[in-house]
Design a protein around this ligand. Structure first.
Ligand code: WT7
Length: 680
């Protein structure tokens, strides 16, 4: 059995693609009919890229959590929705069935309501990778609150900026998060972020690490107390499918083996109280915002990318089922953090909308050793593994010993995302993980896209190492030159743009629509500009070559050079700085900073460490420069613009061929900088 909208052959792909371009409205209406809508749409698509304004399924109403949970209960109630693998391998696995997920999401939705959260309110979620994070995300979606998940690696300052930008009044966090050997003191970071904050009314704190925290009266409440209160509110003492637990079945906290939990099909549907809680599933317009996710751009300030309910749901489910060729019963393991879009779309929304089983991993691939991912694949009989090239490269570095004794035979499909994958890593993944039997999907997409735009479909359309290959149905990529003229014919190289909207295209940047227009729709008229460069081969396959703007991709994390420069410049000794990327064996790109510091108090090394700490404090550890070179000047044009092209060459190790330097104010500075290059 497959999905009605699942493409099953190359011919079907070609047919679907053709139809999606010729008749996008008919095509997507046909896909969307397989979801649960409260009211049908009046118009499938209306758009212009000038404003921009994009509306999919306008007039329709829905609640995405009913699509991700409720509609599966009758058939999949006792099937695992989430299998949670803890950071410490000796800790118990938690298996969250769809029934259990329903109960917890409804319960937490009620908690949010009890704490004053209403439709449209912004809720910031700053948690580790625990099932409660999924409950929080879906609890928000249940009542129409807009979630804004912030990755645990961001600092207090970054959180403060995001809270302010979103006007968030509510926070869901935890005392701490485990990450390998480390504990991140989440609540204490939140406390710092809230110094001077005037909008946040309530902080809900989940207990995970038992890290001591200070709770502020009237503002901070415990997750457990709030959940219990809801449990007591319900007349039977257990709301929404609570009988799963009430009848003595193992809770998700202990049910590591599903065969031991007696399945009672249909039981949840008969709950006298489910009705009340279902009332919490707020009727949302297809175009109502579902969430905000902040991402870096070429300016100093992150943008709040806004996705809407209807289109995002359809796209994540469609691409999940087609790219990974998910079959009912398969176990899907996406190693991303839910703090990034990949986790939103391919741990939570896409898989759950498809009634899939999604593995959620709290820890890191190298803890307790470099065999951890393979242990998880073996233990949970993972069928689909979706990870980042940087993880593959880093694990490659440990050789084959960590693979010994690990049974990877359950794997059927492998995927990568986040950055270009080099051929060496691709072949290692193919040979040693997939044993040459698993198709690899190289999925290209962006936070702004909501889901995969260019990728092969596993086993359906051909893969080609280091190529993302072909567009999904509904996606019309084109390559343009600097002037925006389309480059026709194959092969070709140029800047990658998309011609028309797909259902989960960015709708706006929160609170500043003009910024959205500027960033994505103004470089080239009537086109969405990705910021990436790409090649197209004879057969029309796309190979993404990397960003053409001032955005870095470090270990698959997007970081704007301007943001890092701003942070470096906060250090009192720094006069000016310029940041560029350079090729890094494991991270893909490393961060190279050229810094002007007239006086190095305490010496070079101490200042260097201090600057790194400053960046960690202002942005977060993910943005720490790998290299800092102190310079006396920067190569600037007469108009004062830094020539990054030259700095990039120096960072890459170039010593003489810098191209034309005649427009520089002081060409001699280039040679001086090149001589002092910080060696790897
Ligand atoms: C940027 C988007 C999409 C989730 C993870 C990153 C780069 C992404 C690929 C790929 C080559 C890729 C692009 C893109 N990128 N996937 N398969 N091949 N490059 O999301 O933080 O929004 O970053 O990541 O440069 O623009 P993001």
């Amino acid at each position: 059995m497959s999905y009605p909208y699942q493409v099953r052959s190359k011919e079907e792909y070609e047919e679907a693609y053709k139809r999606s371009i010729e008749d996008p409205e008919g095509f997507w209406a046909n896909v969307a009919q397989h979801f649960v809508w409260k009211k049908p749409w009046t118009k499938v698509l209306e758009w212009n890229f000038k404003e921009p304004s994009v509306k999919w399924f306008d007039g329709a109403t829905l609640n995405i959590t009913e699509n991700c949970i409720d509609r599966h209960l009758a058939t999949l109630g006792e099937k695992p929705a989430i299998i949670w693998e803890p950071n410490h391998p000796e800790e118990r696995v938690r298996t969250v069935t769809y029934n259990r997920l329903h109960k917890r999401v409804c319960q937490f939705a009620q908690v949010l309501k009890n704490n004053g959260v209403k439709k449209g309110d912004r809720v910031c979620i700053y948690m580790g990778m625990v099932p409660e994070l999924a409950y929080a995300v879906l609890g928000c979606a249940r009542i129409g609150a807009i979630h804004s998940v912030i990755f645990g690696g961001f600092s207090a300052q970054s959180i403060a900026d995001r809270l302010e930008d979103a006007g968030a009044e509510y926070i869901v966090t935890a005392d701490g998060a485990y990450r390998g050997e480390k504990i991140i003191p989440l609540k204490s970071v939140i406390d710092d972020a809230l110094i001077g904050n005037k909008t946040v009314k309530r902080v809900i704190v989940y207990t995970r690490t038992r890290t001591p925290v200070s709770m502020i009266k009237g503002r901070d409440v415990w997750w457990e107390d709030e959940m219990e209160r809801v449990e007591e509110q319900a007349p039977s003492g257990s709301p929404g499918g609570g009988e799963v637990q009430a009848h003595g079945q193992p809770s998700e906290e202990s049910a590591t083996d599903l065969n031991t939990s007696q399945s009672r099909p249909g039981a949840a549907a008969k709950s006298p109280h489910r009705g009340d809680l279902e009332g919490l599933a707020v009727e949302m317009s297809a175009e109502d915002p579902l969430f905000i996710l902040y991402t870096s751009g070429s300016t100093g300030k992150p943008k709040g990318v806004v996705h809407s309910c209807g289109g995002y749901m359809v796209w994540t489910a469609y691409t999940f089922v087609n790219v990974f060729q998910y079959q009912p019963g398969d176990v899907h393991f996406c190693t991303a953090d839910i703090g990034w879009i990949t986790g939103h779309s391919y741990i939570i929304y896409g898989p759950l909308a498809a009634g899939a089983t999604s593995v959620m991993f709290e820890g890191v691939p190298t803890y307790p050793d470099a065999g951890r991912l393979w242990d998880i694949v073996d233990k949970h009989k993972v069928n689909i593994l979706y990870t980042a090239p940087t993880a593959i490269r880093s694990l490659m570095g440990f050789g084959l010993a960590p693979l010994e004794g690990k049974d990877l035979s359950s794997l059927k499909i492998l995927g990568t995302v986040g950055e270009p994958i080099n051929e060496e890593a691709w072949h290692w993944y193919d040979e040693h993980i997939g044993k040459k039997k698993c198709p690899i999907v190289d999925t290209w997409w962006q936070t702004e896209n909501g889901g995969v735009l260019i990728s092969n479909m596993a086993g359906i359309t051909p893969s080609k190492p280091s190529f993302a290959t072909l567009p999904m149905p509904g996606v019309q990529p084109i390559l343009v030159d600097e002037a925006g003229v389309e480059i026709l014919g194959n092969p070709a190289a140029g800047n990658l743009c998309i011609k028309a909207p797909w259902p989960s295209i960015i709708r706006t940047t929160y609170g500043d629509h003009e910024r959205c227009r500027q960033a994505y729709f103004s470089t080239y008229e009537n086109l969405y500009f990705t910021g990436d460069g790409a090649l197209r081969d004879e057969d029309g396959n796309y190979r993404i070559t990397g960003r053409v703007d001032d955005v870095l991709n470090v270990s698959g994390h997007r970081i704007g050079t301007a943001e890092v420069e701003n942070a470096i410049n906060m250090h009192s000794a720094v006069v000016e700085s310029a940041v560029v990327g350079y090729p890094h064996d494991i991270k893909g790109q490393g961060i190279y900073a050229f810094v002007i510091c007239p006086e190095l108090h305490g010496g070079e090394e101490a200042t260097r460490l201090n600057i790194i700490q400053t960046v960690a404090r202002i942005i977060g550890p993910i943005a720490k420069p790998d290299k800092i070179q102190f310079v006396s000047g920067l190569p600037k044009t007469r108009s004062g613009k830094i020539m990054r092209r030259i700095l990039r060459k120096i960072a890459e190790g170039e010593t003489s061929a810098f191209g034309d330097t005649s427009t520089l104010l002081d060409p001699s500075v280039v040679e001086e900088i090149a001589k002092g290059r910080t060696l790897p």
